[in-house]
Design a protein around this ligand. Structure first.
Ligand SMILES: [Zn+2]
Length: 321
C-alpha cells in the first residue's frame, strides 16, 4: 500500500484525505473537512492549515507523517508554472501567489503536486468513478463558480500555460454584470452558484419569491430552486431554463471539438438539482451535432466530495513515476 494525502480546496471548503493506494484500488484511511472562513484564506494561513491537516490525517490514520509518499493539492484558481503559481483565484481572492514556494517550505519533506481543483476532481472520477474506462471526457462543474476539464486519449489536458478548462470565464453572459475574476459577462455570472444565490436573495428582497415554494425566510439554494421548478414555479423555471441554455451552449462547443464518450457533470449546484441536470442533458443532446449524439453519455460524477481528494492524491503519486 502506498499512502498519499490529497486535498480539494475550493472557495468555501477544504477537504483532505489520507489514502492508501494498491494496484487499481484505494482505501480512504482518514479524512478531514473544514469550512474556509475569510481569515483562513490568505496564502500563508491556508498553507499553515494544509500543513496541520497533513499531520492530523497521518496521526488519525496511525501513520507517521514521514510515511506519506506524496501530497497532492487541488486548488481553485488559474494555475501556471506546473501549478506552482496562482495567477488568479477569484474565490480565494488571490492574485499572483507563488503557492509552490510556500508549500515546499512548509511541507518540504514530501513531494508535492499542485493541480487545478477541477482537474483533480476529473482525474478522481477518471481513475475511480464515473469516467473510469473512458478515453475522452469533457467535464463541466457548477459550484460557486463554473469550471471544466478535459481528458483526451487518457491524458489530462492542461494547455500551453496551464489554464485549460477555464470555461466559466468565457463571455457568454452578455451584460450579466461583474464577475469575481474582475471582468464582465462571464458565463459563471449567469449560471454559477454564487451568482444564482445573489439573484434569489435580491428577488426575496423585492418580495417577488413565492412564499408557498420558498418559505418566508431562509436561504434559497439550488435544491430549493430545483424543488420549486418541479412545482411549476415561474421564477425557478425561467432561471433553470436560462442556466441550462447557457451551460449547454458552453458544453456543446467543447463536445463538438473533443468528441468525448462522456460529458461529466458535477459541482454543488448540479449535484443538488436533478431537474436542472435533466434540462442540461436534454439541451446538450439537442445542440450537439447528430454524429456526436449517438455515443454521448451525459452523467453526474459518482464520487461527490471525495473525487478531488482522490484525484489529487493519485496525481501526486503518479508524478513520482
Ligand atoms: Zn469571470
Amino acid at each position: 500500500m502506498r499512502p498519499a494525502v490529497g486535498f480539494d480546496i475550493g472557495g468555501s471548503t477544504l477537504r483532505g484525505g489520507l489514502i492508501g493506494f494498491e494496484g487499481d484500488g484505494y482505501r480512504l484511511i482518514s479524512q478531514y473537512r473544514q469550512r474556509l472562513e475569510p481569515d483562513d484564506k490568505p496564502p500563508v494561513r491556508l498553507v499553515e492549515l494544509i500543513s496541520r491537516t497533513v499531520e492530523r490525517l497521518a496521526w488519525q490514520g496511525g501513520l507517521q507523517p514521514s510515511a506519506i509518499e506524496a501530497i497532492g493539492i487541488g486548488l481553485c484558481g488559474q494555475l501556471t508554472d506546473g501549478g506552482h503559481r496562482v495567477v488568479n483565484s477569484p474565490h480565494l481572492s488571490w492574485r499572483e501567489v507563488d503557492i509552490g514556494d510556500l508549500l515546499t517550505r512548509a511541507l518540504g519533506h514530501c513531494p508535492i503536486t499542485i493541480e487545478n481543483d477541477l482537474n483533480a476532481i476529473l482525474w478522481g472520477e477518471y481513475q475511480f468513478g464515473r469516467a473510469r474506462g473512458c478515453t475522452h471526457v469533457v467535464a463541466l462543474f457548477v459550484g460557486s463558480g463554473i469550471g471544466g476539464g478535459t481528458i483526451v486519449e487518457g491524458k489530462l489536458i492542461r494547455g500551453a500555460a496551464g489554464f485549460a478548462g477555464e470555461v466559466g470565464h468565457v463571455k457568454l453572459g452578455g451584460d450579466s454584470g461583474l464577475c469575481r475574476c474582475g471582468e464582465r459577462g462571464c458565463t459563471e455570472t449567469v449560471a454559477g452558484g454564487y451568482y444564482l444565490q445573489a439573484r434569489t436573495t435580491a428577488e426575496r428582497g423585492y418580495g417577488r419569491l413565492d412564499v408557498g415554494c420558498y418559505g418566508e425566510t431562509g436561504a434559497v439554494g439550488p435544491a430549493e430552486i430545483d424543488a420549486a421548478y418541479r412545482q411549476g414555479d415561474r421564477f425557478a423555471r425561467s432561471m433553470w431554463e436560462e442556466v441550462a441554455r447557457t451551460l449547454s451552449s458552453l458544453a456543446s462547443c467543447c463536445i463538438a471539438l473533443i468528441d468525448p464518450e462522456l460529458l461529466l457533470l458535477g459541482g454543488g449546484v448540479l449535484e443538488h438539482a436533478p431537474a436542472l441536470v435533466s434540462l442540461v442533458r436534454q439541451e446538450v443532446l439537442r445542440r450537439v451535432p447528430e454524429s456526436h449524439r449517438r455515443a454521448l453519455r451525459v452523467d453526474l460524477g459518482e464520487l461527490s466530495d471525495q473525487a478531488g481528494v482522490l484525484g489529487s492524491a493519485k496525481l501526486a503519486l503518479q508524478g513520482l513515476g
